[in-house]
Design a protein around this ligand. Structure first.
Ligand code: UDP
Length: 331
């Protein structure tokens, strides 16, 4: 096993910190995190303790742009770059309305340049939102993307992510850059923060406080919740085996549920006294809030081509997240 330097942007985020933990466990890996902590759900000191302050972990708390300026010639030779840094969440993105295209595409260009400079393989973490709902929620990598007429903040996020994807893929065609795109579907699990608006930590927090669960509209929205540990396995496999310039869905189609069903399962598993309320999210988060289309993945490309096997069912995702939140963990 040869030593390997790996850069993880957003490595103190929900998915990023879980990935970093996995990467550190592999002998020979040296991990460098660049994170400006703008959406980080963890206490970094607590996280460093959880991973045992290992000598093979280093970090810069700054934006990717700042990191690229600072890096100068002292840069390590990275062999792999996982690019996860991004605004996130249906509520989280609202604060960046009008600025997200520049943020997401600007960071993507920096990452492209780093990938070229270091001759590193780049994994770009995009979003399942690029499908615009696919065909009645079913999203295959082979389908056309759909851009709806209505301009929303969510659309800005999705279109910026798509533009970043396209820049990366085209760069792999005209330069030596090696890159793959990941489109995750409703990642959930320990460390996800309710702050971005994500449904599972919100429902679990409400259930633990015996408050009503806030199901939006009639709760018939369809999602496929996928355990963060499964997603991280998929990221590592894609880095190892993914075809250059290809996009991969990472999401567990077996975990397809409606949001009302999710709420009912949370109440049951948490043994909560909470009732379920149907509410209008715009009354909670303002007029900019928008519901996404139904979405669940065709995961054939990642299961057949990469050998990815998501393991956790919805109840397992709920249980693991519940334990994390109930224990009041900081990382
Ligand atoms: N949702 C809900 N109540 C909440 C938070 C979210 O009913 O308190 C719904 C939301 O409208 C969406 C689904 O849960 O249909 C998943 O929401 P999340 O924000 O986690 O992911 P996304 O909408 O980006 O798929």
């Amino acid at each position: 096993m040869t030593d390997k330097n790996i850069l993880v942007t957003g490595g103190f985020g929900f998915i990023g910190s879980t990935l970093v933990e996995q990467l550190l466990a592999e002998p020979g890996n040296r991990v460098h995190v660049v994170d400006n902590l703008s959406t980080s759900p963890i206490d970094v000191t607590a996280f460093l303790e959880v991973v045992g302050n290992p000598p093979n972990l280093s970090y810069d708390i700054c934006s990717i742009a700042e990191y690229c300026t600072r890096e100068g010639d002292k840069g390590k030779a990275f062999r792999e770059i996982y690019h996860l840094a991004s605004p996130v969440g249906p509520v989280g993105v609202l604060a960046y309305a009008g600025k997200m295209t520049e943020m997401i595409c600007g960071d993507a260009y920096h990452v492209i340049n780093l990938g070229l400079k270091h001759d590193a393989k780049v994994l770009d973490i995009s979003t399942s939102e690029v499908y615009g709902g696919g065909r009645d929620g079913y999203c295959s990598e082979d389908y056309s993307k759909i851009i709806p007429a209505k301009v929303t903040v969510r659309l800005e996020y999705a279109v910026a992510k798509l533009a970043a994807e396209i820049s990366l893929v085209n760069t792999t065609r005209v330069t030596p850059l090696r890159a793959c795109i990941i489109r995750p579907f409703n990642v959930a699990g320990p460390r996800q923060s309710p702050k971005g608006g994500f449904v599972l930590p919100r429902f679990i927090g409400q259930a633990l406080r015996n408050e009503p669960l806030t199901v939006y509209s009639d709760g018939s929205m369809v999602r496929a919740f996928t355990h963060v540990q499964d997603i991280v396995q998929g990221l590592i496999l894609t880095m190892e085996r993914g075809t250059n310039g290809e996009a991969y869905n990472l999401g567990n189609p077996a975990n397809k549920v409606t949001i009302l069903e999710l709420a009912q399962r949370v109440v049951k598993i948490a043994e909560s006294q909470s009732r379920i309320d149907h509410v209008d999210p715009k009354t909670l988060f303002g007029p900019l809030f928008e519901e996404a289309n139904d979405k669940y993945p065709d995961a054939k490309r990642s299961t057949e081509e990469l050998g990815w096997q998501p393991r956790s069912d919805v109840d397992q995702v709920i249980r693991d997240t519940l334990h994390y939140i109930r224990d009041g963990r900081k990382a």
